[in-house]
Design a protein around this ligand. Structure first.
Ligand code: SME
Length: 156
């Protein structure tokens, strides 16, 4: 198991994801516990991209409950269909929000968050969690993030 991430500085976003993926794959494959794996994925994404907030909300009953994350403290509970996370769960799809102020019902855990991507974690055709990433800059996420984060979520 890699004890620390090996990421070259100055790479493009695509290259960073390419370097990160095999390291995450071997980390996750060597551990069965989902919380541990969510914790390391959050940390690796935060370290690699310096995103403002990276974390998981897990589906527990009728709500999303805050799971492993990196960044400032956040809302602990999100209802089905509420906010970007609850919508991603309901629609079972990735949601990219270029400007959080323009997303009706966006839940502002921090006033510094400006754009966001949420990726559902699907297992056995059911959403079991969502990966939520916030940026303190507008328009930080695109198709490259969507494709690569979806691939990372499939490891869980
Ligand atoms: N903005 C999210 C809430 C979670 S925080 O960003 C960490 C939402 O609208 O669902």
């Amino acid at each position: 198991m890699a004890e620390e991430l090996k990421i070259k500085k100055g790479s493009t976003k695509e290259e960073l994801y390419l370097e990160l993926y095999p390291q995450l794959k071997s980390l996750v494959e060597s551990e069965e516990d989902q919380i541990a794996n969510m914790a390391n994925i959050s940390s690796a994404l935060k370290e690699t991209f310096n995103f403002f907030w990276v974390g998981f909300y897990r589906v527990i009953g009728e709500r999303l409950v805050l799971g492993p994350f990196q960044g400032p403290i956040a809302c602990t509970s999100i209802a089905f269909g509420k906010g970007v996370c609850g919508n991603s769960w309901k629609e079972e799809k990735i949601i990219i929000v270029p400007d959080v102020d323009l997303f009706p019902g966006h839940i502002a855990c921090s006033s510094l968050s400006r754009s966001e991507i949420v990726v559902p974690v699907i297992r056995d055709n059911k959403v079991i969690a969502v990966l939520d990433i916030d940026s303190d800059e507008l328009d930080s996420f695109n198709e490259i993030d969507a494709v690569n984060l979806e691939k990372i979520c499939l490891l869980l």
